[in-house]
Design a protein around this ligand. Sequence first.
Ligand code: SF4
Length: 122
Amino acid sequence: MHPLAYERLKKVLKDKKLVGRDETCDYYPCHFRGQDCTWCFCPFYPCEDEQTGGEWVLKKDGGRIWSCSYCFWIHKSEVAKELWRAFRRFGIARVEDIEERKEDLKKIFSLLKAKYPPSTGK
Ligand code: SF4
């Protein structure tokens, strides 16, 4: 996990609350006005699921990287809230749990998608 993602997710899990819209952020709104910023660094990264709006993009060196620029899904407040609830149900309370419990993360991702099917719109 990228160090910035690690620190951000660590703080979110420690604070135990949704961030909501963070209008103090220089990049707000990076996806859409009113977005929930809790999962700014997404615990599912890289989900590799284009139904979310995410996509593989080419890098200058010819490699590819997963881009979340067009994923609005995780920033919808109902999805952000449900992810919190799922983390509580599964006992995911530390950033290390996100790193170590990949199978549970996959299950949570599927449950979340089934309850709130992503669309590429806002
Ligand atoms: S595309 Fe969306 S769900 Fe997938 S890793 Fe990126 S932010 Fe998370």
